[in-house]
Write a protein that binds this ligand. Sequence first.
Ligand code: SDX
Length: 455
Amino acid sequence: MAKKIAKSLRRPLPAKAAPVQPEKPRATVTVTDNRTGKSFDLPVIDAVIGPSVIDVRKLYGDHDFFTYDPGFTSTGSCESKITFIDGEAGVLLHRGYPIQELAERSTFLEVCYLLLQGELPTRTQIEVFRHDITHHTMLHEQIATFYRGFRRDAHPMAVMVGVVGALSAFYHDSTDIQDPHQRVVASHRLIAKMPTIAAMAYKYSTGQPFIYPRNDLGYAENFLRMTFAVPAEEYKISPAVARAIDRIFILHADHEQNASTSTVRIAGSSGANPFACVAAGIASLWGPAHGGANEAVLAMLREIGDKKRIPEFIKRAKDKNDSFRLMGFGHRVYKNHDPRASVLRQSCHDVLDSLGIRHEPLLDLAMELERIALEDDYFVERKLFPNVDFYSGIILQAIGFPTSMFTVLFAVARTVGWVAHWNEMIEDPAQRIGRPRQLYTGHLPRRYVPMGKRG
Ligand code: SDX
């Protein structure tokens, strides 16, 4: 009976939404080309909250102009209902719910349901969802052989890119992106299998045997046990550590149109299967300017080593001729504070207390670095504050993760954000293949020069 209820309650992601008619343009902006004196209007579309957009979809066709915005600082790539960020106010909402409330009161799986379905689940809905995710945590046994092809000292993010990309070779029954049911199965498989793949990457690097998932454990508990348990003894899960990991996953779950999510969207816009799209997202997240920053923060703190050396590194961070940047500082969108950093700073203290770590020199160093930087005009003027990556590494290191696994955990958490945006992109009637144009500043047309006549 339970199975029948479960089956009947399992809701595929919303079928293709009825074409969302863009809001009637409330206003227009007028563009005047002072070379010709010609003017034309462009429609403005209002957001529910946040900046309105200038709809430039017809700009090239009607007026032969491209827009120009390297890094997309002022460009909206899509319409989305999933996450809202107000960078000035330090606000982060997932389907309207503030991140602080979700981190405090929700669980990662509940946030996954919220991001995917748009509403917090009822008791029955979360039970069905949890059952689905739990029963997708195992991998096809042959996937284990992929790991043996890597060097033991391969960076685990390289393993993640390779193994996740290979999933489409095993799960053909969930690669038809036009089938809503297959999209649900692929989304659930990715959310469920990422912790297993990540834990196996860690185990492979240590030479220890892979640990299978267990269906009687929660999402964070399962991941901790697959990562740190050994067959030789029972693994005792610390509830405080499991709660900290679950909270870290919540804080990293989604973040609007960041680099890796935009990568997943543009890969998906060509019709690529979800496993390939998420592998592309993992590759993008790996960069030190993005998700790789948490690993880079620990390397930076270790390089600084002592509070006395902080001024030397602050000076380097301000020196335009020095490529050094304060890792874990600054953000493209947050210009006040990253609300996730505030939650993580508190979590640092809670986790260290629960682990009985009275004195963590790296945390002391990080907090002194934050204090000094936030009193320095250079950082204040440029609104450079600690971001989500500044404190997460200290917690993960205290729990026992090697630095190389920090971005892997970020990828495990962000998978739900990637698949939520991937689904929203496919269901968006306005969606087309992503194909930006450019400002061309290369050569004018010229004739081919035979080898004998070249310089
Ligand atoms: C994440 O997009 C997201 O939402 C990402 C993320 C998510 O959840 O998906 O939030 C996760 O990626 C967080 C960011 C992690 N990265 C780091 O901590 C790396 C260090 N930070 C920087 O590389 C930088 O701040 C970025 C990449 C985060 C933002 O870069 P921007 O928006 O392109 O800003 P910028 O490089 O144009 O910098 C503006 C100014 C420059 O100085 P000026 O040329 O104006 O004189 O600030 C300076 C920069 O030199 N600056 C820094 C700095 N970050 C910017 N100077 C020293 N140290 C830094 N960290």
